[in-house]
Design a protein around this ligand. Structure first.
Ligand SMILES: [Zn+2]
Ligand SMILES: [Zn+2]
Length: 299
């Protein structure tokens, strides 16, 4: 095993492409993208084939190596720009409720305009290893915001298609379910299809976010490949957690609904909190499985 040319007691991790010296981690310098030899300033390349070859990859590996437990996940919406995002949201929702009418509708429309973009941005930055809530997207960039809403609709379409197909194939009627849940194959089929849709939705949302492409959301073939690959079990656990979070937030919101003014604001904040954590969890899934998911969705 080669040792560092300067520090004989240390194992070499890089080799200089210029002076050919073996280098330890301390004998290289990190540029914006590449590593450089401290002895001759030429590019230093990692010896191990699976070692990070660029500075961003190394930063990502370091972030991934840090302990990141459920506490960190649940506090995510309060870090970075989250310190004022959720309070500001509560104010906007309460104001919308207070003014009602056109002003309330305008505030709701503003939310609908920026929320999809923010969720995609959360998943994208989380997939890169960021653990801070990103800034709000710029609401004045209307075209980009509408493109993000379109991307969100594509993800929803992918997530709901299995249920729609199941209902059509079985000839089951949706309406009776909503009134009284009858026993039988229809319920089981619908439930299974919804679960499948949720799994596909997690990968569709993650891929569209992490790789910044709306059309990737529609690549159900790739989502299925991801689902039956090494990331599948983790993806299923993530989907379950996201569903439980959003359902829990909706239940808590319904319980708070009786409060005047504060009820609607609290309900909105709870739902948004759940969506933020959910998007972050999907991003973390793509971070953990970058080695299999990145090549799958890249080409
Ligand atoms: Zn060198
Ligand atoms: Zn050294």
């Amino acid at each position: 095993m080669p040792v560092c040319a300067t520090h004989a007691e240390r194992r070499a991790e890089y080799r200089c492409a210029g002076c050919r010296a073996f280098l330890c981690a301390e004998c290289i310098e990190e540029g914006h993208r590449l590593f450089f030899c401290r002895r001759c300033r030429e590019q230093a390349l990692p010896l191990a084939a699976d070692a990070p070859a660029t500075a961003p990859e190394l930063a990502r590996a370091r972030r991934l190596g840090r302990r990141y437990g459920s506490r960190e996940v649940f506090l995510y919406p309060f870090r970075g720009f989250g310190g004022y995002t959720l309070p500001a949201l509560a104010l906007v929702l309460a104001a919308g409720e207070l003014f009602g009418g056109a002003a309330g509708l305008a505030l709701d429309a503003l939310l609908v305009l920026i929320l999809p973009g923010l969720l995609f941005e959360i998943a994208r930055t989380s997939a890169e290893g960021d653990d801070q809530l990103p800034d709000w997207p710029d609401a004045s960039q209307a075209f980009e915001r509408f493109a993000e809403i379109g991307r969100g609709l594509l993800v929803c379409a992918v997530a709901l298609t299995p249920a729609w197909l199941a209902l059509r194939a079985t000839g089951c009627d949706l309406e009776p379910y909503l009134r009284t849940l009858p026993e039988g194959a229809c319920v089981a089929t619908l439930f299974g299809a919804l679960a499948m849709g949720l799994l596909l939705g997690v990968f569709a949302f993650g891929a569209a976010s992490a790789h910044g492409s709306a059309w990737l959301a529609l690549r159900v073939d790739l989502h299925l490949e991801a689902l039956f690959g090494p990331a599948g079990r983790d993806g299923a656990a993530t989907a379950l957690l996201v569903a439980a979070l959003v359902a829990g937030a909706r239940l808590a919101a319904a319980a708070l609904g009786f409060l005047p003014l504060l009820g609607a604001a609290a309900a909105g904040v709870l739902t948004t909190y759940a969506l933020f954590v959910g998007a972050h969890l999907v991003g973390r899934l793509f971070l953990r499985h970058a080695r299999t998911l990145d090549p799958l969705y890249r080409d």
